[in-house]
Each structure stands twice: as C-alpha cells, then as structure tokens.
Design a protein around this ligand. Structure first.
Ligand code: PAF
Length: 278
C-alpha cells in the first residue's frame, strides 16, 4: 500500500489507475480506524477497482472546547488496518497540504446544517463540507463512501457534492454496531468501563422509541420517552433526541413514512451520536 503525503502525488496515483481504466473509491476518515471504517473500504472495493483511505484530523471541524488535541492518533496502526482491508493507498496529508498559507475559503451548506449537530456544534458542518470538498477535488475518485452513523453529515456532503457539481457518486454505508447495539466510533475510546456498560442504552432507547412511533405514538412523545430513558440509564446530558424527516430534517409531527430518530448524548467525556430509521 502506498503512503501518499501530497495532493500532487495523490493525483498522479489516481490518474495512473484511471488511465488504465480502473475505477477508484475514496474513504475519508480522521483515523483511529475501526471496523466501521473498514466496512467503508470493503464497500468501496465491491464498487471500484481501487480504494484509497484518507486520514486527516481536520482542525476546522472542531470547536474551541472540543477534543482536537486529544483526538486518538495512531498513524502506523491505521496504515496497517487500511492495508489489511485492501486499500491500494492511504492519503495522510500534512495540514499545509489542505490549508495552505493565506487559506480563505469555506463551503457552507445551508438549512440542513443548522439543526441537531449543526446547532450543538456551531461551525462543524462548514468544517466538514470544506475539508471533504477539498479531499474530493484533490483525489477525484469515482465514488466516495461515508458512514450512515453520521447521517446528517452524509446528507450535508451529498448536498455539497450535488451543488458544487462534483463528478463522483457519494455512497452511504450502514452503521456497524457492537453486539449490544453500541455504534462503532473512534470516540468510544474515551468511555470508561462503567460508561461502556451504560453506552448501549442510547441505542436501546432509540429502538424503543422507533417501535412506539411505528405503533402510532406521536413522535414528540416517543422522543421525550427516549430522552428520559437515556438519562435514567446514566447519560449526563441529552443534546437532542429528535424524530425528523430523514431528507429535510424537518421535525415529524405524526407517525409516517421516511422518518428517522437522531440522538446525541453525553456520557462522561464522550459525546455519543447515533440514528435509526423508523
Ligand atoms: O466523519 C469523519 O470522520 C469526518 O467528519 C470526515 C468526513 C472524514 C471529514 O473530516
């Protein structure tokens, strides 16, 4: 597996594959690679001849009081995991390769960025849309794959790619969960043993709320029950548990089609997010 550090080398590598008719999938990550990321690579290799993993901890998507400095970093371990999963290359650029001196441009996706994660983490989606647009333009893959675990992020990226006419397919991959329901996330590393035991309660609360809505309960009542269940299980704070239309993210006012439950809650120093189709 090639380790690529510059956008010039990345373009050369991707162009060399394309010149022989091979297709290329890109799986952008911030590292701390786990099975969820590797499922993106596997999907990429089902859909394309080559897969390139990227590792870049994007400073522009972290708020001033967030975990940029302590975000888990294990470059060599990540390279080994990407290689074992079948990546042909990993792109791990230095910050200057993404944000050169005098960098001034931001990509803002309006409306769908304003609620839930966007409301809880001001600037987060602008940071994500900016870095992902740059990674896509630098690599020019045929497809790029993102986890549905970050469902709102996936919607923001799809909208950005459509609006900017980026000529690649954006593909979502199903959330990978532990046997007890906890969605895989690099930030799960922050959970203590006690917190790890409590963590699946968020998914359990979402599953119960989804079933209640399917049985005809009003979405706001089901969401309130899920919030209470998460707090009762030991979560310190629920940022949101909302039931919304999964395309527009408009809050649901009645049970119906195309709904999804979205949750973000704090457990110790860890902020878990998750979502589930209803
Ligand atoms: O989901 C992530 O890991 C990041 O937000 C992404 C998409 C790689 C952009 O930095």
């Amino acid at each position: 597996m090639d380790i690529i550090r510059t956008k010039a080398d990345l373009r050369k590598r991707v162009n060399s594959w394309r010149s022989t008719g091979e297709t290329v999938a890109l799986t952008p990550t911030m590292g701390a690679i786990h099975e969820g990321h590797l499922s993106l690579v596997r999907l990429g290799l089902e859909r394309a001849d080559r897969c390139v993993g990227t590792i870049f901890i994007n400073p522009r998507q972290f708020g001033p009081n967030e975990d940029f400095a302590t975000y888990p970093r294990d470059e060599d371990g990540d390279f080994a995991k990407f290689a074992a999963a079948g990546c042909s290359a990993v792109y791990a650029p230095a910050p200057e390769e993404i944000y050169g001196s005098g960098y001034k441009t931001e990509v803002v996706v309006r409306e769908i960025s304003d609620v839930m994660e966007g409301a809880s983490r001001p600037g987060f989606f602008t940071g994500v849309a900016t870095v992902v647009s740059k990674l896509l333009i630098q690599a020019m893959p045929d497809i790029a794959i993102f986890g549905e675990k970050d469902f709102q992020q996936l919607a923001v990226i799809r909208t950005m790619a459509r609006d900017l006419d980026l000529p690649m397919e954006i593909l979502g991959a199903p959330t990978v969960r532990k046997a007890d329901g906890l969605a895989l996330s690099s930030r799960n590393a922050y959970l203590s043993a006690d917190e790890r035991r409590i963590a699946p309660a968020l998914y359990a609360a979402m599953v119960a709320a989804a079933a209640t809505v399917r049985n005809g309960t009003a979405p706001d009542v089901a969401a309130a029950q899920a919030r209470e269940a998460a707090l009762a299980a030991g979560f310190q704070e629920v940022d949101y548990i909302d039931i919304r239309d999964q395309d527009s993210f408009i809050p649901a006012i009645a049970p119906g089609e195309n709904l999804r439950i979205f949750a973000a809650a704090r457990l110790g120093t860890c902020r878990l997010i998750d979502n589930l189709g209803i």
